[in-house]
Design a protein around this ligand. Sequence first.
Ligand code: MRU
Length: 420
Amino acid sequence: MRVNAKGAGDGTSRAGATGAKEVGRGSTEFARGVAEVAHRAAFLPRSIEWVGGLDGFVSLIDQTLLPSRLEILQCHDVDTVIDAIRRLAVRGAPAIGIAAAMGLVLGVRDFGVGIVGDARNATDAFSATDARNTTGARNVPDTHDARALLLESRRIADRIAAARPTAVNLFWALQRMLTFAEAQQHLPAAELKERLLAEAKAIRDEDARMCRAIGERGADLIGEGCGVLTYCNAGALATAEWGTALAPLYVAHERGRRFTAYAPETRPLLQGSRLTAWELSRAGIDVRVLCDGAVGALMRSGRVQLVITGADRIAASGDTANKIGTYSVACLAAVHGIPFYVAAPSSTFDLATPDGERIPIEERSAEEVRGGPGRWTAPPDVVCLNPAFDVTPARLIRGILTERGLIEPVKGERILAAMG
Ligand code: MRU
């Protein structure tokens, strides 16, 4: 279900711009939402949140429509969430993780009402663990126990996990939910469902706190008059609130610092020009969009003093996967002697992956390259490469900003000490 939210690009009032009323909250919730505006980023609705109780839904900004339209997508079932992740209606590593956790709740909340699948047939990552020693869960009645719910959770988690391969937050969030469910399997299923919802909400709230902390720690990297270049969108839209790479910009702006943000458009899906420019300008930050190919010349002109990007997965070595083109930006920054920082919460670190070579890189449809902006940008039958991410080696990264502090220099032992 879709709900229009007022204010896409039109500078509407702050309370109106939260979209709280538009998603149909009750008046008490709406009043609380307005009060929250006083102490959180007030320039756009929450990118993703759960509305209501266990019978509620996931509400998310459909990022495919920005900046033309600000629309809220209401997800009432797990398939809608999986589809939203696949087609980038919800995107950005932390937001994908939150969507996965909330999608899992949608997927299991009605479990036990009808016929369910047989977990013994499961072969995928999350469900296979328990498939060996279960008696199966077919025709589970309303009175099924939490153990059967756990098996179903694993089956649903496998389906969500297949949506996108690179952002580790997706797998991190699902694993956290399953580990939580395992520890609570002595509870009645109804109680466990409520607790899973609370856990999914906690993942969202923790992400907001981590992003705020990244912003507080990173704000002083941005000096008065600084030119700061980011890439793709690692802002409030991509997280629970504030963003990762953009959080220092929001905090510096709050502190009255004047600076200019540069947002390369980020082909092929234009997350930089459509999303970063949209959210920064709504917040009143001076932002300039440029073609991706103009980054080198801009750096050479001396207008960029700092680069901060987000991350989809940081390996144990510090090698970092992020939106395709990030590596080129890092190389250009190195050539021009500009410090290149990555900002990411602990949920984006993957210490089980030793280095960038082992990070799975999503390959997306050629149509995004040939026809992204709505008309042919290449011959319709030409072969296109469309890797969605690339890996920036640790040696090109000056430091990694996290909620736990700045990791600098970027070395495996430093990462282990901070995240292990
Ligand atoms: O394909 P996307 O738009 O999901 O890619 C997003 C990025 O590469 C972001 O920089 C990354 O996920 C960090 S978001 C805080």
